[in-house]
Design a protein. Structure first.
Length: 206
C-alpha cells in the first residue's frame, strides 16, 4: 500500500512516506492499522487504533516529525484509574508520569487545574545554580489560606510591592533582627544620617 495525500508529497515524491505491508482490520465501529501513513504522508504509525469517530484514537508513531511519539486523542473525557488491589497502602506509589529528558506540560486551555490529595509536595532538585527553582505567577491573585504558614530561607528573603503592603496580627507580632533599619521615602529628596537614600533607590520597583 502506498499513501500520499499531500500536494507536496506526491506518490513518487522522495519525501513521502511509503508502506507496502500496511494491514487494516475494522468495521463501522472502529479499526486498527499497522503501518498507517498520515494525510501529509510525513509520519508512519506502527499502530493506529481508531474508533468510529476519527477523533477518538491512539497512535504509536514510528518516524517523521513525531518519531517515537504516542498520541491519545479523546473527544470526550479522558480518565485513568488505578490501584484497586487489596493489600495496597496509602504510602505506596500508585501512578507515575516520568520524562527522562524534557518538560512535562499540563495545560487546561479553558478550565482549571486541580490537585487534590491528603498531602501535596513540590520539590525542585536542580543541581545547577540556575535550576532548583519553584516559580508561581498569576495575572491576578495568589492566595494562601491555612492554619499555619511558615517561610524559611537559608540566605535571603524579600517581600516587595509597587503598591501597598499590610501586616496585621490580632495577637502578638514579633520582629527580630541583629540590626533593624527603617527608611522612608523622605530620603529621596534629602539623604538620612544612615545613608538611606541608596537603599531607597535599590528598592524602587518599575
Amino acid at each position: 500500500m502506498v499513501t500520499a495525500n499531500n500536494s507536496k508529497n506526491t506518490r513518487n515524491s522522495k519525501t513521502a512516506n511509503k508502506s507496502y505491508t500496511t494491514i487494516r482490520v475494522g468495521n463501522d465501529h472502529g479499526s486498527i492499522n499497522f503501518g498507517h501513513i498520515s494525510q501529509k504522508a510525513d509520519v508512519t504509525s506502527d499502530v493506529l487504533l481508531q474508533a468510529s469517530d476519527a477523533r477518538h484514537s491512539i497512535s504509536l508513531d514510528k518516524d517523521g516529525v513525531r518519531k517515537g511519539c504516542t498520541t491519545i486523542i479523546s473527544p470526550g473525557n479522558f480518565q485513568v484509574r488505578c490501584a484497586f488491589d487489596e493489600g495496597r497502602t496509602p504510602e505506596q506509589d500508585a501512578m507515575m508520569i516520568s520524562a527522562h529528558k524534557g518538560n512535562i506540560n499540563i495545560i487546561a486551555e479553558n478550565g482549571k487545574i486541580r490537585l487534590v490529595a491528603d498531602d501535596i509536595e513540590f520539590v525542585a532538585r536542580g543541581e545547577k545554580t540556575s535550576e532548583g527553582n519553584i516559580r508561581m505567577k498569576a495575572t491576578e491573585n495568589i492566595e494562601l489560606d491555612s492554619k499555619k504558614v511558615l517561610i524559611n530561607s537559608s540566605s535571603y528573603t524579600k517581600i516587595a510591592s509597587s503598591g501597598k503592603i499590610e501586616m496585621a496580627a490580632n495577637g502578638c507580632m514579633k520582629v527580630y533582627g541583629s540590626l533593624i533599619q527603617g527608611v522612608t521615602d523622605a530620603v529621596a529628596t534629602k539623604d538620612s544620617k544612615v545613608f538611606g537614600q541608596k537603599y531607597q533607590v535599590e528598592q524602587l520597583i518599575s
